[in-house]
Design a protein around this ligand. Sequence first.
Ligand code: FES
Length: 136
Amino acid sequence: MSVADLVAICALEEIPNRRAVPFVLARRGENGGVAPYPIFVLRWGRNVRAYENRCPHQETHLDWERGEFLDGSGTRIQCGKHGALFDLGTGQCVEGPCQGESLTPIETVIDADGDICLVDADLVEEDDFDSGQGLE
Ligand code: FES
């Protein structure tokens, strides 16, 4: 059995409770080049979920304003483009034009230092994407 490759993204405490925070990471694209990898991480208490920041309807990023992922009640993820609503825990679309489809989940763990880590994410170092470029 191989040991999972963990990449720390941020400390759990850096994400306010019941909020989602976007990150633009980098990974190898299909052509072998480095491509932006936009994700967001949700937190409730010590529960964390991460998804690719990409709506299954039209492949656009979900946040209607940078860092704003949740609907007015804070109980669903909402796509800013056409308003699709997604279950927080599963990423399943429960209302809107992509009903029946899902966000792409990313496996996470909280390590012994309290950092949120992606599991086997196969990332590459690329500082240029840190500022949130490449979200379109
Ligand atoms: S692009 Fe997300 S609902 Fe249309």
